[in-house]
Design a protein around this ligand. Structure first.
Ligand code: LRH
Ligand code: MN
Ligand code: MN
Length: 387
């Protein structure tokens, strides 16, 4: 049996990147509820993200979405973030909120529209150069709603060409990560619906292109940890967008719907060498907090990832391998489940205290007065959100 003290050093340095948009208002197509204290500016979103890091020690980078987080001076934004103790992480492009992209962006039949979308990615790379970001994350809201509406094959060919043009522009130390999603907003076909399509494109691009796996972007019942294992095996797992879902792309708090699935995913990361200082995989959240307070929602999220990581590290891998090789089905499953059922919360609390962090980050935040302060200060102006 592996003990907590044996795995504790491996938790050191765990980093979960948080999305700027988690701090802004969001909602469904039915209603966006405003939350008191919601940031009005990118700077306020970063300040809130830095607060999550201050209380948990787990979230040293904030991911930006362009143009939601567009500012005049990204060098200044970087210094602002660094002064608050966080860095600027992945830059997410956005080709889903412009009328020109109604029928496609990187896949559009009109070369001028494709070039506009490519230019947007070039602008994102300029942002990355100023912020010091490593990853350009591309998610494409492209596809068709009706059979016959578009030439599926032609769209793939144009996509490959557009991606190659963008990839040519990224720097030696930078990476392109391509996210897939099986439906929505397109409902008949999506141009990058699954990991295989993303893998085909990033493999054609080169060594600095990888797949981004968003946990909410699969059909119900999909074995996501299998995809994780396969992508790690192929050397093409670039990043995660963590969230949880009951039905579709719900973007709920990671680990809320199915902590066991999160455990299984993290186990495959650990097993595959994609966890720890030698791994380049970016662990990011991609979530929205429609009805709950955003900062506590993010604190809960990063703690959920930490907790399931600790449990996944507790799997006695030697014993597991032995049981697997012996063909002992029930023992292998028992070893796996023993780790999953281990309550690590008290150990983690003590471990945090040993590092000068609050034993209970959620309670410490609620008692800190930060929420009351932002609710009092951030009155007026337009609240930032999914705009
Ligand atoms: C698409 C997505 C993608 C976007 C984010 C806001 O559903 O997961 O990562 O950038 O949501
Ligand atoms: Mn995502
Ligand atoms: Mn999504």
């Amino acid at each position: 049996m592996t003990t907590f003290s044996e795995i504790a050093p491996l938790l050191e340095g765990q980093a979960i990147e948080v999305p700027s948009w988690a701090y802004g208002n969001s909602g469904t197509r039915f209603k966006v509820f405003g939350t008191p204290g919601t940031p009005r500016t990118v700077q306020e979103k970063i300040a809130d993200a830095a607060t999550v890091h201050r209380f948990t020690g787990l979230a040293p980078e904030v991911s930006l979405h362009i143009p939601w987080d567009l500012v005049d001076d990204f060098d200044a934004l970087r210094s602002y973030a660094e002064d608050l103790g966080v860095g600027l992480g992945t830059i997410n492009s956005n080709t889903f909120q412009d009328d020109d992209y109604k029928l496609g962006a990187l896949t559009h039949t009109d070369k001028a529209v494709r070039q506009k979308a490519i230019d947007h990615h070039f602008a994102c790379i300029d942002v990355m150069n100023a912020t010091g970001s490593r990853d350009l994350k591309i998610w494409l809201a492209e596809g068709t709603n009706y059979p016959g509406q578009g030439d599926i094959r032609g769209r793939q060919d144009r996509l490959a060409e557009s991606l190659a043009t963008i990839y040519d522009r990224i720097g030696e130390e930078q990476r392109l990560v391509l996210e897939y999603k099986f439906f929505e907003p397109a409902f008949y076909h999506t141009d990058v619906p699954d990991w295989g399509t993303s893998y085909a494109h990033v493999s054609a691009l080169g060594d600095r292109a990888f797949v981004c796996l968003d946990t909410g972007h699969h059909a119900p019942g999909t074995n996501i940890e299998f995809i994780v294992a396969q992508l790690i095996r192929l050397g093409k797992l670039g990043s995660f967008d963590f969230n949880s879902r009951f039905y579709a792309d719900d973007d709920l708090i990671v680990g809320a719907a199915d902590p066991y699935q999160l455990f299984r995913i993290l186990f495959e990361c650990i097993r595959g060498g994609a966890f720890g200082p030698d791994s380049d995989v970016a662990y990011m959240l991609d979530q929205c907090h429609n009805i709950e307070k955003k900062i506590p929602g993010q604190i809960r999220s990063v703690l959920n990832v930490q907790e399931m990581t600790a449990r996944a590290l507790l799997v006695d891998r030697d014993a597991l391998t032995q049981a697997q090789e012996d063909g002992d089905v029930l023992l292998a499953n028992e070893i796996f489940m023993d780790a999953f059922y281990t309550d690590v919360r008290a150990d983690l609390a003590a471990w945090r205290e040993g590092r000068g962090l609050p034993a209970n980050p959620m309670r410490a935040f609620l008692e800190s007065g930060y929420q009351e302060q932002i609710e009092a200060d951030r009155i007026g102006g337009t609240q930032a959100g999914w705009n």
